[in-house]
Structures are given as C-alpha cells and as structure tokens.
Design a protein around this ligand. Structure first.
Ligand code: ADP
Ligand code: ZN
Length: 722
C-alpha cells in the first residue's frame, strides 16, 4: 500500500506531496485524513494522508514511521473545503488545512497536547470474592466498590497503592481510564422568552423556507440573539447542528452566557481565549458528535460538525471574519456560504449595520429579514452631536461642557456611563488640533499617512506623495499634530475634573491578562464603577441596563483612518456604541464629539438612518471604483532589499497591465506598515470586475517567484484594509 502525504517544509507558499510505503502491520489502520510521521531527508515530519493507492511511480519509496492519531483529523468535507480554499486564495494547500485545525491537531511536530484521563476502578464481574482472603485495607476498598459500583482514583487517596495493585494483579479489581474534557458545562435552565410578533415572523420564514442565505438586518436591541437561539433550537430538535460565529468571543461574554443558559452542555466554544488543551478537547467533542452547537470566532467556521441546519454570522460587518495577517487569507463568511451549500443549511448574516458588500447582495443573493424595532417598542436613544471646533476653543480640553455636564448629571442619579475613545495606533496621519483638518490624496480620497523619516505625507494606495505643511491650510493656525490621544490621558483629564468619579479603563493594555475582560465587565455590571472608558471593545454587544449615557470622545479618529471604508466603519461604530445606551426602562442619551459635525457618516448615525448612509456611500464607491462596485485584490511584495523589491513590484505591475487590460492596477506603493522586522513591503492593488482572467496571471506570478528567496508574494482577495 502506498499513500500520498502532504507535508509542510518551509514557510514559502509551496506544497509538497510525497509517496510513502505503508508497512503491512499499519495497512489496516491508515485512512485518508489522518496524520502520519514520515522520514524526510534526514528529518522526520508529520503530514496528512491525502490519498491511498496501490502503487507509485516513484522508484525508491521510504516507509511511513507511525500513525499519529487513532481518529481522522480531516474529514471528507474539510479535505474538499481545503482544496477549494487553496484555489480561491492562491495559498498553499497545507496552509489551508493547518488553519482549520487546533494547534494540537496540526501536522507539526512539537506542540503536542495531552489527553486528560480520569482513572477509576470497579470489581471484576467474573471473580468470586469468597475464594480470596483480604487484608483490612483491601476489605475497605471492596466494600466501597460494592456500595458504589465504580470509584474514581482520587476518591481512594487514603488507600495505599500497593493494596490496589495487588487487587488488580489478582484479577479482582479492574482499572479503567476514561477521557476527561477540560471544559464542561452543566445545563442551566432559563425560561424561554415569548417572541414578539416581529421576531416570530423572522423565525418562521427561516425554518419554513428551503435553506438559503439571509441578511438579518435588526437594530441594536431588537432581539436578534433571541431569534438565533430559537432557530438553533428548532434545528436541534430536528437532530441538526449549528455554528454561530461571533467577532471575538472574549469580547462577548454576555452572549455566550445566554447561549449556555439555554443550551448548556450541547455547546462547544472555539476562540483565542482557550488554552491549547481546551481547544483540543472542544474540537474532539465536536468531531465525535457529542455537541450540536459551536460558538466561536473566525476559525470556528471549520468546526467538523455533520448535518448542519444553520450557520449564523453575528455582527457580520465585523473585520474579524477575514484572516488578514497570514495565509490563507480567507473570509469566514464565504466559507459559511460554501458549507451552507454542502449541508443544505441556511446561512444568516446578522447586523444592525450591514456591510455594504452584504447589503448590495440583497435581494439577488441574500433574502432580507428585518427587525426594525427595539424590544418592547423602546425608542433608540437620542443622539446629540457636539461641534468640537467651537468647544475646543472654549475649553482647550477633550471634554465638551455638554458631555461633562451629562456625566455629572447621570452619575449623580446612580446611572452609569460608557465613554468610547476609538484609537487605532498603527496609522499616523496629520490633523489640525484646532479645526480637525486632515490631508487627503487628491486621487483616492484617502487620508495621507505621515512618514516621519522623510517628513512626507503619502497615499498608500497609489503612491502619491506630498510635503508636510507648517500651518493648517484650512484655518491657518499653527496647530498641526500627528499624535493621537490615548485612553490613559482621557482618564486623567476626567478624573481631575470629577475627583469622586469611579472610572474603569478598558483597553488592550488593561485586558491583556486572561479573564481580565470578563472580570471588568462583571465589576461594571455590579456598579463598582460609574464610568467605563475604553476603545472599540466597549462598543459592541454589551448589555448593561443601568447605562443611560454613551459618550464618543473623538468620532474623527475612525473617520481619518486612511482607508476607503473609514466612513462605513465610523457609521457602524457610532451606531453600535449608541445602542449601548438606554437598553432598559431608563431613557438613554448619546453624545458624539467631532470636528466634522456635518459629515454624512456622523449625521446618519445621529438619525439611525442606515438607508441614507447606504445610498450616499454607495454613490461614492461607485464614483471612485471601490467595492462593492469593483472587487479588490492586493498583492504584497515583501523582502529585505527595498530597491530590488520596488523593481520587482514594477515588473509585476507591468505584467498585470499587459494581461488585464480592462482592470485598474494601482501602485507599487509602500504598505501601511512599510518596514516590519527589517522586511519591507510594497503593494500592488488590482480593482477588477471579473476574476476569470485574473487567476491565471496571478498563478503565474506566484509560481515565478516561488524559487526566488529574495521576494515573498502574498495575495489577499477582498482585503479588509488596503
Ligand atoms: P440584539 O442581539 O438585537 O442586540 P438581544 O437579543 O440582545 O438584541 O435583545 C435585547 C434585549 O431584549 C435582551 O436583554 C433580551 O434578553 C431581550 N429580549 C429579546 N427578545 C425578547 C422577547 N421576545 N421578550 C422579552 N425580552 C426580549
Ligand atoms: Zn492616492
């Protein structure tokens, strides 16, 4: 017997499948999708068995050393999914398989995780106790076992192990081991909510229609989660399983709690907050069919459930569903659609602010489901926009009088406040502290990025470069600055103004330790603090009934990020964070501070007017040829020698121009993060409408550079940031 084994041998994007001979004693155990240990040159490597055949055309075959697992790691569906992903993303097949699996099951030596066992004992059913004589401790054990049937090893700590061993040797006692999962959850029971008429209609439509993709467009607090649970429950009763994707599970502990309460031990979770051992155990529960519901972040889309009834992607507009930082650069929403087709399952994309790409596919590809009202007909909180151009002149601080007064008023009544300071550290751009002016690319309408070393402003889409001015061209003041303000400074400023205020700061610095995030949420929920101040992580999914004021310190920070999606992201973030206010019976208020009070993203968020925003933004995208009117493909060219890389990037651009006459090719330009770890990155961007001509030329480029160690090519289709 010969098998084809796929191994990973370098980080370059190369696949290697080699034939190996299976020794006769292993033949009956080897199956496609298992991991095996094979010799490779002078090393031994792990690989996946991709095929089993009678013979090989290779002359000198080496033998398989070992089978790594007793169970199949990649089932038939995952094997096919990997191949499809490889074709779509132009990354290596091995990377597509590795990304699906928890660390413990990847084909890599080292990083092995142990299975935990419980050891227990019972009496051998075939032995006649009366034919033996026993010591006193042995009598004690036998008596215990006669009473209880089985006993765990840890219940016998007081008994000497020699007594135990003697009983086992004489065939009186049987020792057994049973796998013990690291995570386990008792079912709690929660009384089910009676669905509103709107919710009921959504549920009925999904379960009565033949399976298909949907967009569930429901305002914040409209009861989407309740709808998901009802649909999942329906499929559960039909014997079908479900996947629920959430942006980042550690950021949505409240939602997980609700699922746990309703479905208890039928759930497995997959996310970055788990240890390798926990992930391994959760995966095995899923593969063995011991759970029917998987909740998790992006990679949970690969959960090896069989018989899927529904796949739900909550907060579908979130960036986190795209793997952006390493190969394969896959979009989990696309995988959800593929798996939906494989299983004849419905796919539901849910959001209060659907991405333009998703909304643009309604009704042709996705059927629209709507929840336009909050539960109990509650009004969405009133939003006040404060013009910081005025306020900054008056106060010279980051808090307007309106916001400061409202914080005092709400907290003195025993109500709580959420403050959002959205700051993304990786981009620096120049902005006027006096009037909020920012420099934009004349061709791409993108905020220019500040390059400190050359003191220039650059467009990282098309490469346009400009000089940094001394004075603001809009207001003439000498107040240009390339520095953002951090949460810590905001905290200090607020504390100084109101010394008695109990402020809880939540950002990546204060939540990096495991469990901190949950602990903070709990402390705020218990009203140990008056104000929760933080980055984007305070904006999403949280449900605190006592919060009646949400303040946005600087709406402009998102607006100025050099990205064609910056307006969309601003609108979405403001809508999400507004939804955190006034969720219970107390009336809510939202205050947005901005230097751009008339910007449509801010105006539309103020009025909860998704449709106007959508129309305005679609018109801009059309004019500037951005998605969803054009698709994007980003080619990253990286290596150590910038001038050589630039030269190769130009060659790539020219060959694309020759081959893709009807597409738009931009660049080469410096990437956002131009120099990382002494490696430089250039970008060439393709705006295209049809992919049939694109793939062949890209495949050629990738294979051309495969043997060139000075150039690394990475391709990102539909990138999140360009
Ligand atoms: P969304 O996910 O759309 O933001 P949720 O599902 O979190 O909305 O619902 C908002 C709040 O309303 C939650 O506290 C939830 O428990 C409650 N809720 C949802 N549906 C109902 C219902 N049918 N009856 C009563 N309360 C409900
Ligand atoms: Zn440009």
């Amino acid at each position: 017997m010969v098998i084809g084994v796929l191994v990973e041998i370098s980080n370059k994007n190369v696949d290697k499948v080699f034939d190996y001979l299976v020794p006769p004693e292993l033949e009956k155990f080897v199956k496609v999708g298992m991991r095996v240990l094979v010799p490779f040159g002078s090393r031994t490597l792990e690989g996946f068995v991709l095929e089993i055949k009678k013979e090989s055309s290779d002359r000198e075959l080496r033998e398989v050393l070992e089978i790594v697992d007793q169970e199949i790691v990649l089932n038939e569906e995952l094997l096919l999914l990997g191949k499809k992903m490889q074709k779509k993303t132009l990354s290596s097949l091995i990377s597509c398989y590795q990304v699906m699996l928890p660390k413990a099951l990847k084909a890599k030596k080292g990083g092995k995780v142990s299975i935990r066992y419980d050891t227990f004992y019972h009496l051998s059913p075939s032995c006649l106790l009366s034919s033996f004589s026993f010591t006193q401790p042995q009598e004690k054990i036998i008596q215990l076992l006669q009473e209880k049937g089985t006993v765990l090893k840890k219940e016998l700590v007081s008994i000497s192990s020699s007594s135990l061993q003697t009983l086992i040797k004489r065939g009186i006692l049987v020792e057994e081991k049973k796998e013990h999962y690291r995570l386990s959850h008792e079912a709690e029971t929660e009384e089910k909510k009676v669905l509103t008429e709107e919710q009921r209609q959504v549920v009925e439509k999904v379960i009565q229609n033949p399976p298909k993709p949907y967009l569930l467009f429901g305002v914040t607090g409209s009861g989407k989660t309740e709808v998901y649970m009802e649909i999942i429950d329906y499929y559960l009763k039909q014997g079908k399983s479900s996947i629920v994707l959430v942006p980042e599970i550690s950021l949505t502990p409240q939602m997980i709690q609700r699922f746990r309460k309703r479905f208890g031990s039928a759930i497995a979770t997959i996310h970055s907050g788990l240890s390798d051992g926990e992930k391994y155990d959760e995966w095995r529960k899923i593969a063995r069919g011991e759970v029917s519901i998987v909740i998790g972040a992006r990679s949970a889309i690969f959960a090896p459930l069989s018989n899927l009834g529904v796949i739900i992607v909550d907060e579908e507009h979130s960036d986190s569903y795209k793997q952006s930082d390493s190969n394969p650069r896959y979009q989990a929403k696309e995988i959800a659609l593929w798996r939906g087709e494989n299983h004849h399952a419905s796919v539901i994309f849910g959001s209060a602010t659907p991405s333009l790409e998703t909304m643009a596919r309604v009704p042709k590809l996705y059927e629209l489901l709507e929840l336009p009202h909050r539960i109990n007909g509650k009004e969405l909180p009133k939003v006040t926009v404060v013009d910081m151009n005025q306020s900054f002149k008056e106060t010279r601080g980051h808090f307007s009088k309106v916001l400061m007064n409202s914080i005092v008023e709400k907290t003195s009544r025993g109500e709580q406040v959420i403050l959002l300071l959205n700051r993304r550290g990786y981009a620096s751009f120049v902005t006027c502290k006096n009037c909020g002016y920012t420099f934009k690319c004349p061709k791409c309408d993108i905020t220019l990025t500040y390059h400190k070393t050359s003191s220039t402003l650059r467009c990282h889409y098309c490469g346009y470069g400009g000089k940094v001015y001394e004075k603001c061209p809009a207001c003439g003041e000498n107040s240009l600055s390339s520095l953002g303000v951090g949460t810590q400074r905001i905290e200090e400023e607020l504390q100084k103004a109101i010394p008695s205020l109990r402020i809880l700061r939540m950002d990546y610095d204060t939540t990096s330790k495991k469990g901190m995030h949950e602990a903070m949420i709990e402390a705020f929920q218990n009203h140990e603090y008056d104000v929760l101040l933080g980055t984007q992580m305070v904006a999403k999914g949280l449900d605190f009934p006592n919060v009646t004021l949400v303040g946005v310190i600087q709406a402009d920070t998102t607006l100025n990020i050099p990205d064609f999606r910056s307006s969309e992201n601003t609108f979405s973030l403001l809508s999400q964070v507004s939804g955190r206010s006034g969720r219970s019976h107390k009336e809510g208020l939202v205050i947005i501070q901005t230097f751009n009070p008339d910007h449509y993203a801010i105006r539309c968020a103020q009025n909860y007017d998704y449709l106007s925003f959508y129309q305005k933004e679609m018109a801009i995208r059309k004019e500037l040829k951005y998605p969803p009117y054009f698709y994007l493909c980003l080619i990253q060219i990286s290596g150590r020698d910038p001038s050589y890389l630039y030269q190769e990037s130009l060659k790539i651009k020219h060959s694309l121009e020759r081959n893709l006459v009807s597409d738009i090719i931009l660049g080469p330009s410096n990437s956002f993060l131009f120099k990382v770890n002494n490696r430089y990155r250039y970008h060439v961007i393709i705006k295209y409408k049809k992919e049939d001509t694109l793939y062949p030329i890209l495949e050629k480029i990738v294979s051309f550079y495969q043997s060139n160690s000075r150039v690394q090519i990475d391709i990102d289709f539909q990138p999140i940031h360009i």
